[in-house]
Design a protein around this ligand. Structure first.
Ligand SMILES: [Zn+2]
Ligand SMILES: [Zn+2]
Length: 85
């Protein structure tokens, strides 16, 4: 039985199948979420089970910065101060 394409929902045959991110894609459907540049197994970047090109891969540095121990401590401190008032 042939799988369905994660992008367009149509059946993917073996000759045009890309198996990536736990899903199957047509070669032509495996493109960047943002710019639709066609990707392949060698140049794609997976994020939340979706393919992105190198320049549109979501940067996660913002959330990582927000959750440093120092920032958590500062946040708890400001919450305590707001309770005092
Ligand atoms: Zn497709
Ligand atoms: Zn892109």
């Amino acid at each position: 039985m042939n799988p369905h394409c994660a992008r367009c929902g149509k059946i993917v045959y073996a000759t045009e199948k890309v198996n990536c991110l736990d899903k199957f894609w047509h070669k032509g459907c495996f493109h960047c979420e943002v710019c639709r540049m066609t990707l392949n197994m060698n140049n794609y970047k997976g994020y939340e089970k979706k393919p992105y090109c190198n320049s549109h891969y979501p940067k996660q540095s913002f959330t990582i910065v927000a959750d440093t121990p120092e920032n958590l401590r500062l946040r708890q401190q400001s919450e305590l101060q707001s309770q005092v008032r």
